[in-house]
Design a protein around this ligand. Structure first.
Ligand SMILES: *[C@@H]1O[C@H](CO)[C@@H](O)[C@H](O)[C@H]1NC(C)=O
Ligand SMILES: *[C@@H]1O[C@H](CO)[C@@H](O)[C@H](O)[C@H]1NC(C)=O
Ligand SMILES: *[C@@H]1O[C@H](CO)[C@@H](O)[C@H](O)[C@H]1NC(C)=O
Ligand SMILES: *[C@@H]1O[C@H](CO)[C@@H](O)[C@H](O)[C@H]1NC(C)=O
Ligand SMILES: *[C@@H]1O[C@H](CO)[C@@H](O)[C@H](O)[C@H]1NC(C)=O
Ligand SMILES: *[C@@H]1O[C@H](CO)[C@@H](O)[C@H](O)[C@H]1NC(C)=O
Ligand SMILES: *[C@@H]1O[C@H](CO)[C@@H](O)[C@H](O)[C@H]1NC(C)=O
Ligand SMILES: [Cu+2]
Length: 277
């Protein structure tokens, strides 16, 4: 009988509950170099074009543009963990007449580098009218009443801001939370994708940690259509191998030694785990 990883889901949930959400940054700390949306929208940044408080001015294109924090760093040593955000049954902005549902799951641990995301959203409104749609990890959780404005701006540990479009050929220059910028916009009425993002972390307390934050989906004009908190599905605290949801073992070896797996396979395993757990 193989040893089993111990998933202390409860302790993680308890930890998450114990953490008081960081206070919203005051408008004065959201400078022109910082990403985001002010607590009360719309409050324009002086001299900058904004929509709902988000900076939309692109300025001249500069190759390799980063914020004052420089390029995002590849996140190594990520502990095994799975965080999932499930969209609510009712969208924050229902002006489009459709309801976007689904989930995004981020799993780390295949070799400790980055996070494998599995995205499965459906129910998008007409793309020609409202798209393409973008989605980001935002810096704050959703408020208890489901207000997506409370999520503030994008997770942006390098303070890159939004002056220049993310260069997806150089994802280290992007805001860490800009999943659409790094991995592609959402087109069509349903969207499924799986990818490895090197610039996000499952280490609580890391500036790149996404597990206590949120996902927000926007229409083309930056309106926040829907949003959801990431919550911990599982965090490994032991060593050994993970029992497989199928008859043949998928995970073998030590908890941090899932070295023989490809990122694609890990995404598949993470997908199974979301049902198995
Ligand atoms: C969401 O929060 C913002 C900022 O506090 C507020 O202006 C807005 O009215 C709220 N929206 C809803 C639907 O409660
Ligand atoms: C960031 O990475 C880009 C692309 O590799 C590079 O052109 C640029 O010089 C880097 N910027 C900094 C500040 O390291
Ligand atoms: C883990 O795998 C990814 C994708 O193959 C690779 O980019 C990264 O360098 C690897 N990390 C380590 C620590 O081996
Ligand atoms: C995506 O979610 C739908 C239900 O919303 C489900 O039927 C489908 O199997 C899921 N697909 C993937 C690849 O997760
Ligand atoms: C999101 O998480 C925060 C922090 O844990 C919590 O206060 C809030 O109620 C959650 N929002 C929803 C909609 O569950
Ligand atoms: C932006 O799009 C939303 C739908 O997503 C729509 O309700 C709203 O009127 C649009 N706002 C502007 C300023 O065009
Ligand atoms: C993604 O969509 C946004 C608007 O929602 C657009 O500004 C941007 O150019 C699109 N990016 C790509 C690569 O098509
Ligand atoms: Cu966003």
């Amino acid at each position: 009988m193989q040893g089993q990883l111990i998933f202390s889901v409860l302790s993680v949930i308890a930890l998450a509950r114990a953490q008081v959400a960081a206070p919203a940054p005051s408008p004065s700390t959201l400078t022109t170099t910082q990403s985001g949306v002010l607590p009360i929208a719309p409050t324009p940044f002086p001299g900058l074009e904004t929509i709902e408080g988000a900076i939309t001015y692109d300025g001249p294109m500069v190759d390799g543009f980063t914020g004052p924090g420089g390029n995002a760093s590849i996140q190594n040593g990520n502990p095994i963990a799975i965080y999932q955000a499930v969209l609510p049954a009712t969208n924050f902005d229902d002006a489009t007449g459709t309801t976007i549902t689904g989930s995004i799951t981020g799993a780390a641990g295949y070799n400790g580098t980055g996070v494998v995301f599995t995205v499965n959203f459906t129910g998008f409104p007409s793309e020609s009218e409202y798209g393409p749609f973008v989605y980001h990890i935002h810096g704050m959780p959703v408020s208890a009443d489901g207000n997506c404005t409370a999520t503030m701006g994008h997770l942006d540990p390098t303070n890159r801001g939004e002056y220049h479009p993310c260069e997806n050929v150089a994802p280290q220059t992007c805001q860490a939370g800009d999943l659409a910028g790094k991995h592609g916009n959402i087109t069509g009425t349903s969207f499924s994708a799986s990818y490895l993002d090197l610039y996000l972390s499952t280490t609580p307390g890391s500036p790149y940690f996404f597990g206590d934050k949120s996902i927000v989906i926007h229409s083309m004009n930056t309106t926040r259509l829907t949003c959801a908190n990431f919550t911990a599905m599982a965090v490994a605290t032991g060593t050994g191998s993970m029992p497989s949801p199928t008859s043949s073992p998928i995970f073998t070896g030590a908890g941090t030694g899932l070295k023989s797996m490809t990122p694609g396979l890990f995404g598949t395993v993470a997908f199974f785990l979301t049902f198995w757990l």
